[in-house]
Design a protein around this ligand. Structure first.
Ligand code: SAH
Length: 405
């Protein structure tokens, strides 16, 4: 019979006999859990040799002896000799050290679980009978997919200290929310949001999760930042897990900094879950690489809020890609300031509205005409404006043609 326990392997010595594929795979897991790993084997895989040369593990380049097992908290026997493994598992039992025998699970006192971690939760699956790794992994994968899918209510039942998690929701498509972001949402007691694009994500929350919408709509003013900060801190001080869901990445024109500052000032724990920023992902999703070998080696991300800024114009003059967020209104001013400063009138520009959503639309034109074209096509926010050679419509097709076979 096998029981499943969670072991704390940090700083515990684990002796691994053997250096082949089984040893390598398992050892990676021990390492990621902070164990002190000693490998004993005359020959090892390239991966183990490299880890040893970086001193991430200790490698004793010789045949294992019984004395090597002493002082270990856990032993993995994965030599290619069944008899050696059998002899050493008997010795491990005498020493009262848990041991996995990779060549015969029944001979060991432990067996490996197929595991996955999800934020602060770990899932483990073991077979109680004859080992069948592929079957055990299939069960693990199925459970992991459900947990990562955001379908499980992971709110805490034991009250703990509240906290604020800033989550970047990505550009709009629900598939671009990170797995960590999804986990944070399934743990949330409160979600503070301001974004239309995240409706699909919000619709899967349990009904009793409080959703506070602080976004602006056509007929009401946006909630002032100080008020948002107050809501976040107040709910967290009540012991709640508060997710602040923000478009793209929380720290790219997202005022995430002010919200973290409010948490720090109030002594509230916080975490930042990075998001896929629209600045890079919206161009990418319509086939515009913001950097491209031989075309553009730098990219500047700026806001069009205050018209054209000097850094943006200098970057255009230097041939860098300039990505403008919140720039629809200022597009005419930006284009004319750039041309007045000497930027080529023919510089390609692409304006991508509502990227990665069903309303996605791309409008292109040269710098000299883009403001007129955008106004004729009725371009509306949210839109990402890409200025530079990378926005040339035929860029990717012409690269393929130019690549020597
Ligand atoms: N933190 C966000 C940016 C917030 S500023 C991020 O990292 O993406 C808001 C601006 O982001 C919008 O005015 C627009 O310029 C841009 N934006 C966000 N989502 C977008 C989308 N799906 N398509 C086009 N632009 C988008």
């Amino acid at each position: 019979m096998t029981s499943l326990f969670g072991l704390d392997l940090r700083d515990k010595r684990i002796v691994v006999a053997g250096g082949g594929i089984v040893a390598t795979r398992r050892l990676r897991r021990f390492l990621s859990e902070g164990a002190e790993v000693v490998v004993i084997s005359p020959e090892v895989s390239d991966d183990i040799a490299r880890l040893a040369s970086h001193h991430d593990i200790e490698w004793r380049q010789r045949t294992i002896e019984e004395a090597d097992l002493e002082g270990a908290w856990f032993i993995l026997l994965a030599t290619d000799d069944r008899e050696v493994n059998a002899r050493l598992s008997a010795r491990a039992a005498q020493l009262r050290v848990w041991c996995i025998n990779a060549s015969d699970a029944a001979q060991g006192t432990a067996r490996a679980a197929a595991t996955s971690t999800h934020g602060d939760l770990a899932i483990g699956v073991v077979s109680l009978d004859a080992p069948d790794p592929a079957r055990v992994r299939a069960v693990r994968d199925a459970i992991a997919a459900v947990v990562d899918g955001g379908e499980v209510d992971l709110r805490r039942h034991r009250p703990g200290a509240g906290r604020v998690i800033l989550v970047g929701s990505g550009p709009g498509d629900a598939g671009m929310l990170t797995i960590r972001g999804r986990q944070a949402l399934s743990e949330a007691d409160v979600v503070v949001t301001d974004r239309l694009g995240s409706s699909a994500i919000l619709s899967s929350l349990p009904y009793d999760v409080e959703v506070v919408n602080v976004g602006k709509s056509p007929d009401n003013h946006p909630v002032p930042q100080a008020e948002i900060n107050r809501i976040l801190v107040e709910r967290a001080l009540e012991g709640k897990s508060v997710v602040r869901l923000k478009g793209g990445d929380p720290f790219v024109f997202g005022r995430g900094g002010e919200e973290v500052n409010a948490c720090l000032s109030a002594g509230v724990d916080y975490e930042v879950v990075p998001g896929v920023t629209s600045a890079l992902s919206v161009p990418a999703s319509v086939g515009i690489p913001v950097t491209q070998r031989g075309v553009a080696t730098s990219v500047l991300v700026t806001t069009g809020h205050a018209g054209a800024d000097q850094a943006a114009i200098a970057s255009m003059l230097a041939g860098a890609t300039v990505v403008v967020l919140m720039g629809v209104t200022a597009l005419p001013a930006i284009a004319s300031a750039a041309i007045a400063a000497g930027v080529d009138e023919d510089t390609p520009v692409a304006v991508v509205e509502s990227g990665t959503t069903a309303r996605e639309r791309v409008t292109r034109g040269p710098l000299a005409d883009i403001a007129r074209i955008a106004s004729e096509t009725g371009v509306k926010p949210p839109a990402v404006i890409v200025i530079g050679e990378v926005a040339r419509p035929d860029l990717l097709a012409s690269l393929v043609a130019a690549t020597p076979q």
